[in-house]
Design a protein. Structure first.
Length: 265
């Protein structure tokens, strides 16, 4: 039987911060300082990437680019990306302690995986400084992976590059990419896992891809919730996800299925 040796998780929207709300709020605040209020779809689109790259991609979006030129009388340049990033970083460092709540079923799933000898790694779009805050708050809330690597750890080459995953595999002593699974809540997470040659899994509930806070999610009627969940699943699969789980209560069964599948092969 092929043993799964490690699972590599994302952070915001996957294991903590239901809906990945902290980055959204920070990006909105930063752009508003320059007279532009980004739409949620514009903010969510690049989610999961290095934060500087995220802002760079947003500034290339047609509506935002047009607004920037209308308000500032010129096209944006690299210095503008730096300035928006600096403001977003200040904002996110301020609010992160309030957005490190562990998502439902995560602690139980991690405990079950560890009982089976599976190690827990993690990657993120956050910087080292941001992760100092998030990791400490999450630890107090009952979640602490065995390894964590940020874009700072790999020369700022974050997702969709696979380098943070490779650092995890090295640190955790994993025998091959086939012995690990990547789990995340954004399309960038899926691409990161696939670029590393791993099975990639998308999480529906509380994901950035779904784009709802816990209160908003709970407030949906069953028909609305089902439609949005199906839309989220479809987006994951269309962008290369191997599997999609509703939430972490389904994770251990998926890992067992993967091991049994390898045994049959």
């Amino acid at each position: 039987m092929k043993k799964i040796e490690a699972v590599i998780f994302d952070w915001a929207g996957t294991t903590v911060d239901f809906g990945s709300m902290a980055p959204v709020q920070a990006f909105i605040r930063a752009f508003e300082k320059f007279g532009i209020t980004p739409e949620l779809e514009e903010v969510r689109g690049p989610m999961g990437k290095l934060k500087w790259d995220h802002i760079h991609e947003m500034l290339q979006m047609p509506r935002i680019r047009k607004e920037w030129k209308r308000i500032h009388g010129r096209d944006w340049d690299r210095e503008d990306v730096d300035q928006v990033y600096r403001i977003s970083e200040e904002a996110i460092l301020e609010i992160l302690p309030d957005y490190a709540g562990v998502k439902p079923y995560v602690s139980q799933a991690v405990a079950s995986l560890r009982e089976r000898g599976i190690k827990i790694g993690s990657t993120t779009g956050y910087t080292d400084q941001m992760m100092e805050i998030v990791s400490e708050a999450a630890r107090k809330n009952g979640y602490a992976p065995d390894a964590c690597f940020t874009p700072n750890s790999v020369g700022d080459r974050g997702r969709p590059f696979p380098y943070m995953i490779f650092r995890n595999l090295e640190a955790l002593g994993v025998s091959s990419v086939e012995a690990a699974v990547k789990v995340g809540d954004t399309l960038a997470d899926i691409r990161e896992g696939k670029n590393a040659g791993m099975i990639s899994v998308g999480v529906v509930e509380g994901s950035s891809l779904m784009g709802l806070s816990e209160e908003e999610h709970e407030g949906l009627c069953p028909k609305e919730r089902l439609a949005l969940e199906e839309k989220t699943r479809k987006l994951y699969l269309e962008n290369g996800a191997d599997y999609v789980i509703q939430n972490f209560s389904e994770l251990e069964d998926l890992i067992l299925d993967l091991e049994q599948m390898e045994e049959k092969l």
